[in-house]
Design a protein around this ligand. Structure first.
Ligand SMILES: Cc1cc2nc3c(=O)[nH]c(=O)nc-3n(C[C@H](O)[C@H](O)[C@H](O)COP(=O)(O)O)c2cc1C
Length: 168
């Protein structure tokens, strides 16, 4: 096992270590057709509290999408299904129009809710805090939908394909 204790970590290497933790993949969306639609692939999503229902995610503070997340005061967590790798790649790119050809509906506040996801969670931002090089958003869940179908998973820098679930 590789042991690292120096405070001046190599960023790439630290990212590799943290990426050992497998996650789902979300696209966090905000904005409206009238302002600007934004969407960012994010695996920093986590549930925080059930009562009241609160979730979190974080966005790099130099993101060109940050102003829209701030101005909107709302965001949608779109949890991707196994077959939506292309959406994950699209929303982690720097395409000028990430929404071109993407199938979505308008949710609360006119925000884009991506169709065909495993789950969509519509939130109102209740706290925004700068933490290091990211902005941490906490949101209260106002509406959610989900379906029981395979979720896209990401671990060690790769998407998992052909996941088998152990049924209990
Ligand atoms: C699987 C995966 C997870 C990611 N998670 C995050 C995240 O949680 N927060 C973040 O700021 N960027 C994350 N990124 C990188 C962003 O998706 C990428 O930088 C994107 O271009 C940001 O959109 P923007 O250019 O509109 O800021 C992730 C990328 C991938 C492929």
């Amino acid at each position: 096992m590789n042991t690292k204790s120096s405070p001046s970590f190599d960023k790439r290497d630290l990212r590799n270590a943290l990426g050992s933790f497998g996650t789902g993949v979300t696209v966090v969306t905000s904005g409206t057709k009238q302002t600007r639609l934004v969407g960012v692939t994010a695996n920093s999503f986590s549930s925080v509290s059930l009562d009241p229902p609160i979730v979190l995610w974080s966005l790099g503070s130099t993101s060109p999408s940050l102003d829209i997340f701030d101005a909107s005061g709302r965001f949608v967590i779109n949890i991707l299904a196994l077959h939506q790798v292309d959406l994950s790649k699209r929303f982690s790119s720097n395409l000028s129009d990430k929404f071109e050809g993407v199938d979505f509906s308008e949710g609360l506040g006119g925000l884009p809710v991506l169709n065909d996801c495993v789950a969509t969670i519509e939130c109102k931002t209740i706290q925004r805090t700068v933490v290091g090089d990211h902005v941490l958003f906490l949101g209260q869940v106002e509406k959610y939908l989900y379906e029981r179908k395979p979720t896209l998973l990401f671990c060690q820098g790769n998407y998992l394909q052909g996941v088998e679930y152990e049924t209990s």
